[in-house]
Design a protein around this ligand. Structure first.
Ligand code: GDP
Ligand code: GDP
Length: 439
C-alpha cells in the first residue's frame, strides 16, 4: 500500500457557458471519457475535480460546469463559476465557442475574469480546421488577450494548449503561498467545558498576535501557541477570552462564533467535559466540524474529576454517543493539572496528515475493483449498477467520487467509506464518498 502525502496540487479551473465544449476539453486533457457526467437528481451536483498529468506534472483539473443554470439563471451561474475559479484556482481556463462567437454571457464572464490576479487562458474552442481560425481571432474582443484556437473534439492544438497552461502555472500552488505559517487550530466546545482554562494553560508559551489597523492596536484575534515543539495558530481566541454574559441569545451567538472559528481553521479540537454527560450541544459542535470538512481531535477535559464509577459510565457514553466519530482520535486531558495536554500536538499532526492524504488513482482503483468483486452493489429493480471508476477528487478532506452506471444506495456508500478507512486509515479526518451516475 502506498499513500502519498504531498501538499496540494496546483489547480486549473475550467469556466464557460454550457455547450461550449468544457467536458469535451476535460476528457481531451485527461485522455479518457470519465468527465462526461450527467447530473442526475439525487446525485451530487458539485463541481468536479480530477487529477491530471501532463509532461510529468500533476495538477488538479476542476470542471466548474456543475452549477445548475436553472437555479439561478445562466448569467448568475457563470458569474459564480468565474468567482469560484478566481478564489480557488492557480490558472483559469475560459472556454468560448468560436463557432457562435462571444455572447452576452461570455462578455459578462470576461468582465469578471479581467479582474483576476492570476493567469486566464482564453480558449477559442471548436476551431476544427484552418478555415475556422478567423472565428477565433474575433475573440480578442473579450479583452483577455490572445484567443487560443483549439478543437477539443478532434484534439487540434490541444497539446499546445496544455503546454501553455503548464507555463502559466505558478511554481508553488496558491494555497501553500497563503498558508506557510503555523497550522490553524479551532478550540471549540459548549460553554464551561474548559476552553479558556485550556487556552490559559497553553498560553504560558503563547506569543500573542497583534493585528494593527491604521496604526492603532486592536485586540489580537488569534494566538500563536507552542505545543509539542511546534507553533500553532489558535484562531479566534479573542472570542474565547471575551466571555459573553448576556442571557438571551447566548447560545446562538456562541454557535456563530464556533462556526467562524471552525471555518478559519484546518483542524478543530472539540472539548468535552468528563464530569458531565455528552449532550446534544456537544454533538452539534462535532457535527459543525464534520460538515465544515475540518480535521477533528476530541479532547475530554476535567479528567482530574473522574472517580471509578464516573470513568466506567463515561466509557459507556463514549461508546454509545460518539460511535459516528470512531475515526477521531481522543485525548484525555485536564486543563487544571496539565495532564495529557502535551499529547494534543501529536494528535493534531496525525489528523492533519490524514486530512491531506492523497491516494494514487491506480492504487485506489485496484483496491475498489477487488472490493466490488467480493461485494458487488445490490441490484435495484433488477439491474445491479456497475462501478466503473473511482477518483480522489480532493484533499482537505479526502473526497472520493465513484463513477457508476446507476444509483448506489446509502448503505453501499457507507460500506465503501468503511473499507477506504480500513485500508487507508484517515484517522482524525472526515472523508466524503459521492457518486456520479454515467449511463
Ligand atoms: P459543455 O457543456 O461546455 O461541457 O460542452 P460539451 O463538452 O458537452 O460539448 C457540447 C457540444 O459541443 C457537444 O456536442 C460536443 O461534441 C461539441 N463539441 C465540443 N468540442 C467541440 C469541438 O472542438 N468541435 C466541434 N465541432 N464540436 C465540439
Ligand atoms: P469555557 O466556557 O469552555 O471557556 O470554560 P472555562 O475554561 O471557563 O471553564 C469552566 C469551569 O470549568 C471553570 O470553573 C474552570 O475552572 C473549570 N475547569 C476547566 N478545566 C478544568 C479541569 O481540567 N478540571 C477541573 N476540575 N475543572 C476545570
Amino acid at each position: 500500500m502506498s499513500v502519498e502525502q504531498t501538499g496540494p496540487l496546483p489547480v486549473v479551473a475550467i469556466v464557460g457557458r454550457p455547450n461550449v465544449g468544457k467536458s469535451t476539453l476535460v476528457n481531451r486533457i485527461l485522455g479518457r471519457r470519465a468527465a462526461v457526467v450527467q447530473d442526475t437528481p439525487g446525485v451530487t451536483r458539485d463541481r468536479i475535480a480530477y487529477e491530471a498529468l501532463w509532461n510529468g506534472k500533476r495538477f488538479t483539473l476542476v470542471d466548474t460546469g456543475g452549477w445548475d443554470p436553472k437555479a439561478a439563471g445562466l448569467g448568475a451561474s457563470i458569474t459564480r463559476q468565474a468567482e469560484y475559479a478566481m478564489n480557488t484556482a492557480d490558472v483559469i481556463v475560459f472556454v468560448v465557442d468560436s463557432s457562435v462567437g462571444a455572447t452576452d454571457t461570455d462578455l459578462a464572464a470576461a468582465r469578471i475574469l479581467r479582474r483576476a490576479d492570476r493567469p486566464v487562458v482564453l480558449v477559442a474552442n471548436k476551431v476544427d480546421d484552418e478555415r475556422s481560425e478567423a472565428n477565433a481571432a474575433e475573440l480578442w474582443s473579450l479583452g483577455l488577450g490572445e484567443p487560443n484556437p483549439v478543437s477539443a473534439l478532434h484534439g487540434r492544438n490541444s497539446g499546445d494548449l496544455l503546454d501553455l497552461i503548464l507555463d502559466a502555472m505558478p511554481e508553488a500552488p496558491r494555497e501553500q503561498e497563503e498558508e506557510g505559517g503555523p497550522r490553524r487550530v479551532a478550540l471549540v466546545g459548549r460553554p464551561n467545558v474548559g476552553k479558556s482554562s485550556l487556552l490559559n494553560r497553553l498560553a504560558k508559551d503563547e506569543r500573542s498576535v497583534v493585528d494593527s489597523v491604521a496604526g492603532t492596536t486592536v485586540d489580537p484575534v488569534d494566538s500563536i501557541v507552542t505545543l509539542g515543539g511546534e507553533e500553532w495558530r489558535f484562531v479566534d481566541t479573542a472570542g474565547l477570552r471575551r466571555k459573553v454574559s448576556t442571557a438571551s441569545g447566548t447560545e446562538y451567538y456562541a454557535s456563530l462564533r464556533t462556526e467562524a472559528a471552525i471555518q478559519a481553521a484546518e483542524v478543530a479540537i472539540v472539548l468535552l467535559a468528563a464530569d458531565e454527560v455528552i449532550s446534544e450541544q456537544d454533538q452539534r459542535v462535532i457535527t459543525q466540524v464534520i460538515e465544515a470538512g475540518r480535521a477533528l481531535v476530541l479532547a475530554i477535559n476535567k479528567w482530574d474529576t473522574l472517580d471509578e464509577d464516573r470513568h466506567f459510565q463515561l466509557e459507556k457514553e463514549v461508546e454509545r454517543d460518539l460511535s459516528r466519530v470512531k475515526w477521531a482520535s481522543r485525548v484525555n486531558i485536564s486543563a487544571k493539572t496539565g495532564r495529557g495536554v502535551d499529547k494534543l500536538a501529536q494528535h493534531l499532526r496525525a489528523a492533519l496528515a490524514s486530512w491531506e492524504t492523497r491516494v494514487p488513482t491506480a492504487e485506489l482503483n485496484t483496491y475498489v475493483r477487488q472490493l466490488v468483486q467480493e461485494t458487488p452493489p445490490p441490484a435495484r429493480g433488477g439491474r445491479a449498477p456497475r462501478i466503473k471508476y473511482v477518483t480522489q477528487a480532493d484533499v482537505r478532506p479526502p473526497r472520493f467520487v465513484v463513477f457508476s452506471t446507476g444509483f448506489l444506495e446509502a448503505g453501499y456508500r457507507r460500506f465503501l467509506e468503511r473499507k477506504l478507512r480500513e485500508r487507508y486509515g484517515f484517522d482524525g479526518s472526515p472523508i466524503v464518498v459521492s457518486v456520479k451516475v454515467q449511463s
